[in-house]
Structure formats: structure tokens, C-alpha cells
Design a binder for this molecule. Structure first.
Ligand code: PEP
Ligand code: MG
Length: 557
């Protein structure tokens, strides 16, 4: 956006500020419209609520206004420059989920600039469909406008598996593959293209054999999807009658609205840091409303609210520090214990919200008993403060910790008597056990939560926690992998908490196996020397009982 100097005098600045505010207001109204349209989707609405938050973000607005006032530049230039900075901040974040939020910031910036310039974007030619869409990049708002009858599938060069474009595609039920570099050079208009969203592949100009193979794969996939949908109302119970708690992992409060529809009971992990990452100034009141919403929607089912897991690979805007090994650095409860005021205000919000449902509080990245004792003390003193103020708080709020470091897993016997429950975070437990950075592509092949060293720790944690008469869940991504379900059940975990969309696949696995088979599989698995052999064992033990197609894993390069 080219830089222009606005005219002299206060009046010129006022006029430019007014032009900017009008563009923001028009964008806000447009986003409300898109958000209502996206309401049919599972996650569409909250995505546009994220966009709405961004367009109204006081810090972003203030930065643009300051630039117009101080540098006397046109609004288009100021918006472009402020949002470019915001985009590059997001792009430098190691965490892929947050990095991909840069697309949302770009999308909002584009809309405001369009309003300022009075230009409109070329819309998709809906008359030309149905077709397969191949693009360099797709904004989430472009994606929300797609429907299955017009777009059979799409593939893009940019984006990752956790980008909102990919999340929306999943909600819309449109097969999609993202992140294929060089794709647009390979494909010509009117080429036949197969989008294989199961394996993350695109086949351009397929031969007869490939066409036959994919027609059959699609037929099977459609019939399985249909049968899974009917499971939502069924209990998560094994074929020999053991009920398993099956809960959802959520990042935004509105996601809670869809948990029951997908057949889940409660939330096993609310990643609350997203509240703060989206709005660094998220105060006690805004957190309180988010927690109340989730608790009320899901009541009486339990909701495990995890305190901020900031730092490490997740952006911590005011940390002002850079570390050589952020995963081993100032992260999670370490940050919270060093910034007790931030933690205290989060705990106040959680405790105040607790009267609206069945709240549990959980602390991440524990490594030693000292932390657990200090966290208990802080929680007790926050409660005492609220009591003094006469603010009602639920009587019993279970206190839990995440087991996601080998330190916590190995010394679980020292920790367990001081907590009410534990939940195993296999993402970090795998990263720290195998010394594999979970965000690095170079070592992605070594990141294996089925590794015997990880499974043995899960086995030992479950045993010790149960001996102490307490409850243990698993909330890392491993819990959402159908192949891991027989092992985790066989090891005796009480709860699996998985991404909402994965609930039906996991429930189906729970319902086809018996607890006695699961125990046998787990016992055999724990004697095998590698993750690959363990997966193979589960594969063959459920063959014929569980759809093969859902057990296939994306190929890594
Ligand atoms: C985990 O580490 O397994 C976990 C559930 O937490 P997060 O993925 O948010 O680090
Ligand atoms: Mg973790």
C-alpha cells in the first residue's frame, strides 16, 4: 500500500481517522454477516468471532490511529504497516497452530483496506462448478463461502494441518490438502485431479488404475462416515460393558457448543492460553465469561480448565526474552509461578465461574512437588480472598496436574497424594522423553508417541495413580488416534480427551473392542521393541472389526 502524506492541519487528520473508523465498522458488519453464514459449520462461527475480535482489537486500532496522527500518513498505509508487523509476529511463532493465525490477521487487514479503497475481490464463479479448486492460498473467509456442491475438493500451496482453512474444510466436509509446494505449476485448467485428504496427497492427471482405486476408496469412506454419525447418542462403552469417559479438547469457548453433537461428554482439556494469545489483555472478566459459557453449555459434565500454558513454543507477548531452548525454558507453570498476579487473576475467574457447572482446574508442565505445593497454596489463597469478599465459589473443585514431563511421570508416586486427578499430555511427554522438538520438521519422523519409552511411562503413571485411588485421563493427541485406543484402555486410563471432530472415530473404536482384548493388546504392546511394531500389533488385532481407512496414517515426506 503506497505511503501518502495527508493534508496539513488537524482537520485532515480527523478526516483520515474517520475514514479508517468507517472502514473498520464496515468490516465489522461484513464479518458479522460472514459469521452468521458460517454458523451452519461446526467451527466456522468461532473462527469469524476470532476475526471480529481482531478487527475490534483496541491495541491494533490504537496503533493505526497513532501512526495516522503522528506520521500523518494515509489510513491504507497505516493499516498495511501495523498488520504486516502483526503478521510477522505470528509467523515467527514456533507453534504451528498460532503461526497459522497469521492468515486470519492478513484476512482482516485485506478486508479493511478493501473498504478504504472501495474495491471488491473477485468472487468464485459459482456457476462454473462443481470443480476442484487449486490455489496458492485460500483465506479462511474464502473457504467459508465454499459449499460441497460447488467445490468437490481443494488443495493449496500454503497452510498447515492446523490452519483455519484446513479446520473449516474439515467442518464443511470438503476433502482438502494444504501445504503442497509447487502445486499450482503442475496443474492446468480442466485437468482431472484427485484430492486424497486421507493421505494428504494430490494426484494430477490420474491413470485408469488410480481412478478405479480412488473411486472405491471414496465409496468406502462415504459409507463409514455415514455410520459414524449415528454414534453420537450411543455411550462410549466397550463391547464387554466398560464405560469410558470420552471428552473434548477445546481452544475457544464456543467450541463447547458442539461437544455433545459429536457425542462427547465434557471437556478434558480447555487450552485457555488461546484466550490470552488472541487478546493479550484478556482480563479476569473476559476469562470469567468464557469459562461460564463452557461450564453452562456442558453442565453437568465435567470441564477441565487448564491454566495458561504460555511460553515455550507459544507466544508470550510481554516476555521480552529470547531463549536458545524455549521448550526447556520459561514456559507454562514456570511463567505462572513467576507471574503470580496473572495466575491469581485466572484462578479468580475460574473459581468465580465454578458455580455455573462442574469445573476442575489443572496445571501443566509440572516437574516437581514444590510446584504442586505452591500452586495449591495460591489456589487456596485465591479462594480465601473470594470468601472474604463474599463471592460464591463451588464447594469442591478438583485439583489436577498434567503429566507431560518424564520428571513428573517417574516421580508420580511423590506427586499423586497431593492432587485429586492427573491427565497425561502425550504431546509434551513424547517431546521431552525422546528429546524431539515437537515443532521441528527435521526430526518429525522421530516423534513417536507409540515409542516404548512413552507407553511405559503411561503404564506406570496409570498404575500408581490407581493405587492411590485417583483418576487418570489422557489428553495428548495420542488419545485421538484410534490405534492407540486399545492400548490406553488396556492400560486402564479412565478418560480419553480428543479433538471434537475425532470423537466419533474414537468412540467407534471403544465400542468394537472388549476390555479383555484391550488388556491383552496393551500387555503384548508393552513387550515390543518399537513404535512401528506396536502399531502393527494393534492394526492386526482390530483388523476386520474397525474400518481400515480410519487407521491409515498420513505419509510424512
Ligand atoms: C500435551 O502436551 O500433550 C498437551 C495436551 O498439551 P499441549 O498440546 O497443549 O502442549
Ligand atoms: Mg503440553
Amino acid at each position: 500500500m503506497s505511503r501518502k502524506r495527508i493534508g496539513e492541519g488537524e482537520e485532515a487528520v480527523r478526516a483520515e481517522l474517520e475514514r479508517f473508523r468507517q472502514a473498520v465498522e464496515l468490516t465489522r458488519q461484513e464479518l458479522i454477516g460472514v459469521s452468521e453464514k458460517a454458523d451452519q459449520l461446526v467451527v466456522g462461527r468461532e473462527l469469524f468471532e476470532v476475526h471480529l475480535l481482531l478487527v475490534q482489537d483496541p491495541a491494533l486500532i490504537a496503533s493505526v490511529e497513532r501512526m495516522i496522527e503522528e506520521q500523518r500518513v494515509n489510513a491504507e498505509f497505516a493499516v498495511g504497516s501495523v498488520l504486516r508487523d502483526a503478521v510477522s509476529r505470528f509467523e515467527s511463532i514456533a507453534d504451528p497452530y498460532l503461526r497459522e493465525r497469521s492468515a486470519d490477521v492478513r484476512d482482516v487487514g485485506r478486508r479493511i483496506v478493501e473498504k478504504l479503497l472501495g474495491t471488491e475481490r473477485q468472487a468464485l464463479d459459482r456457476e462454473a462448478g462443481p470443480f476442484v479448486l487449486i490455489a496458492g492460498d485460500l483465506d479462511p473467509s474464502d473457504t467459508a463461502g465454499l459449499t460441497r456442491d460447488i467445490v468437490l475438493g481443494f488443495a493449496t500451496e500454503k497452510g498447515g494441518a492446523t490452519s483455519h482453512t484446513a479446520i473449516l474444510a474439515r467442518s464443511l466436509g470438503i476433502p482438502a490438502v494444504v501445504g503442497l509446494t509447487g502445486l499450482t505449476d503442475d496443474v492446468n485448467p480442466r485437468d482431472t485431479v484427485i484430492i486424497d485428504g486421507i493421505h494428504g496427497k494430490v494426484v494430477v492427471r490420474p491413470d485408469e488404475g488410480e481412478l478405479l482405486f480412488y473411486r472405491e476408496l471414496k465409496r468406502k469412506f462415504d459409507s463409514i462416515e455415514e455410520s459414524l454419525c449415528s454414534l453420537a447418542g450411543e455411550p462410549a462403552v466397550t463391547s464387554d460393558g466398560h464405560e469410558i469417559e470420552l471428552a473434548a479438547n477445546i481452544e475457544f469457548s464456543q467450541e463447547a457448543d458442539h461437544v455433545r453433537q459429536y457425542g462427547g461428554k465434557g471437556v478434558g482439556l480447555f487450552r485457555t492460553e488461546f484466550l490470552r494469545l488472541l487478546s493479550p489483555s484478556a482480563d479476569e472478566e473476559s476469562q470469567y465469561s468464557a469459562y461460564v459459557h463452557v461450564l453452562e453449555v456442558l453442565r453437568p459434565d465435567p470441564v477441565i480448565i487448564r491454566t495458561f500454558d504460555l511460553g515455550g513454543d507459544k507466544f508470550f507477548p510481554d516476555s521480552g526474552i529470547s531463549e536458545a531452548n524455549p521448550f526447556l525454558g520459561w514456559r507454562s507453570v514456570r511463567v505462572c509461578l513467576d507471574r503470580p498476579e496473572m495466575l491469581r487473576s485466572q484462578l479468580r475467574a475460574i473459581l468465580r465461574a465454578s458455580t455455573h457447572g462442574n469445573a476442575r482446574v489443572m496445571f501443566p508442565m509440572i516437574t516437581d512437588l514444590e510446584q504442586v505445593l505452591r500452586l495449591r497454596e495460591i489456589l487456596d489463597s485465591v479462594r480465601a480472598g473470594l470468601d472474604d469478599e463474599g463471592v460464591p465459589v463451588a464447594g469442591d473443585i478438583p485439583f489436577g496436574i498434567m503429566i507431560e514431563t518424564p520428571a513428573a511421570a517417574i516421580s508420580i508416586d511423590l506427586l499423586v497424594e497431593h492432587v485429586d486427578f492427573v491427565s497425561i499430555g502425550t504431546n509434551d511427554l513424547t517431546q521431552y522423553t525422546l528429546a524431539v522438538d515437537r515443532g521441528s520438521k527435521l526430526v518429525a519422523k522421530l516423534f513417536d508417541p507409540f515409542h516404548p519409552a512413552v507407553l511405559r511411562q503411561i503404564r506406570d503413571v496409570v498404575r500408581v495413580v490407581h493405587e492411590a485411588g485417583k483418576w487418570v485421563g489422557v489428553c495428548g493427541e495420542l488419545a485421538g488416534n484410534p490405534l492407540a485406543v486399545p492400548i490406553l484402555l488396556g492400560l486402564g486410563v479412565d478418560e480419553l480427551s480428543v479433538a471434537t471432530m475425532l470423537i466419533p472415530e474414537v468412540k467407534r473404536m471403544i465400542r468394537v473392542i472388549s476390555m479383555s482384548d484391550a488388556r491383552m493388546v496393551a500387555e503384548k504392546a508393552l513387550r515390543l521393541p518399537s513404535g512401528a511394531e506396536i502399531r502393527h500389533l494393534v492394526h492386526s488385532s482390530v483388523a476386520g472389526r474397525y474400518p481400515q481407512i480410519l487407521l491409515e496414517e498420513e505419509e510424512t515426506e
